[in-house]
Design a protein around this ligand. Sequence first.
Ligand SMILES: NC(=O)c1ccc[n+]([C@@H]2O[C@H](COP(=O)([O-])OP(=O)(O)OC[C@H]3O[C@@H](n4cnc5c(N)ncnc54)[C@H](O)[C@@H]3O)[C@@H](O)[C@H]2O)c1
Length: 459
Amino acid sequence: MGDATRQAEKGEFTRREFVQAAATTGAGVVLGGSSLAQTPLVDLPVPSEPEEKVEEFAVGIIGSGSQGRNLLLQCLKIPGIRFIAVCDIWPYHQKYAANILKKYDQPVNVYEDYREMLAKESSLDAVIIATPDWMHAEQTVDCLKTGVHVYCEKEMANNLDGAKRMVLAARETGKLLQIGHQRRSNPRYWHALKLIKKDKVLGQICHVFGQWNRAQLYEFGWPKGKDLSTDALKRYGYDTMDRFRNWRWYRKYSGGAMADLGSHQVDVFNWFLEANPSTVQASGGLDFYQKEGREWYDNVMSIYEYKTVDGPVRGFYQVLNTTSHGGFFETFMGREGSMVISEDPRKGFLFREMTAKRREWEDEAEKVTTMGKDAIELKIGETLAPDGSKDPKGQALLEMSKKPAHLLHLENFFNAIRSGTPLTCPAELAYETAVSVLKANDAVESGTTLKFDSVEFKA
Ligand SMILES: NC(=O)c1ccc[n+]([C@@H]2O[C@H](COP(=O)([O-])OP(=O)(O)OC[C@H]3O[C@@H](n4cnc5c(N)ncnc54)[C@H](O)[C@@H]3O)[C@@H](O)[C@H]2O)c1
């Protein structure tokens, strides 16, 4: 796995929630003194004013593995967040997280069983869930029904029945449920969306492309002497230590690479196109890692068809575990140009077609050469107000975008609890993405084109 992939998985890239609609911000690409986005900007995020005294929240975490600890460390940067409990079935990870929190002067009670945690910790306001995907539905539903708000990692569940139960529990209880598709809280993505949708810098979108390529199987070991006992493994549904650590590659625990990585990016397709797909076809297989006993496809290539308000769009998405070429990014292709956007902040480019009608700002724009072509770099925060002055909100947006990936999404969650501002990835939206990606697995299985019925996307 390359540095960028590692950084993205750990959430070390920049993003921030949108808290409220900006009134007039000329945030845009700086084009040698003029801005591409001179029109008033009404839907980019703006930072909220720091509150003098913030409300305290008692928070617990279920699943303090690699991502759980990342989220925990990000939470420690948010004023008013106090951890009171850590739950993990693996004492090694349980202690690891509890020790981190102790260093930050947040002593916690530790639990093996989340039900015991919910029963004993009656003052919990919110719980963060970062267990393997197959546990998300049961744990989320129980937390919501106990009366706590939940931030649950993606993929929301490895089957639609579980995902649906999560949506219904959030609806019934009125508690907040944020799902961990953190690109939705990323100001760079908001910036790209605004340029595409409002400024129409690509013209009509006809095709989209996305990929997550990496060179090897993403797999984990465990320190000597830290094995869970056979009894403990069995009690929690794991046959072996390998399955427990490498749950992503087994069907019981995960929806495979399409759900693990594809869900982030197909989520972006659906979000930017303002549509859910109408069909999917896919080819994939477990072609390179059978000897390790893995079950899920190690490579998938999928084609989605969309019927958008602007016309038909076809989308190609691939996930590979043999070749890292290009890493991970999404591309939107229109009649007037293409845009590359990624959670990796080094990848944000606009390519205009030679055949497109020139716009006055194009010739002045600062260019970089990438893939042998002139490109305009997407620069959030390099902002000119409509009168040509620098807008202070633009600088604030730039500062926001320097924050780590998951911090922005967590801030969005806690701000929603605190102030009632909207979640960027509520369960209903994540459910639509779950429907989209899990069907790609079915399409591989069946070898046919599968149709989506619009009612399928409603939980
Ligand atoms: N949003 C992102 O960018 C991102 C990145 C990485 C992982 N994730 C998601 O985070 C979740 C965790 O992934 P990870 O990489 O940290 O996996 P991990 O295996 O490192 O951690 C999972 C933890 O859950 C614990 N666990 C397993 N079953 C449990 C149970 N029944 N009760 C309590 N604890 C239990 C394990 O002991 C382990 O500590 C997954 O859903 C994954 O898809 C999201």
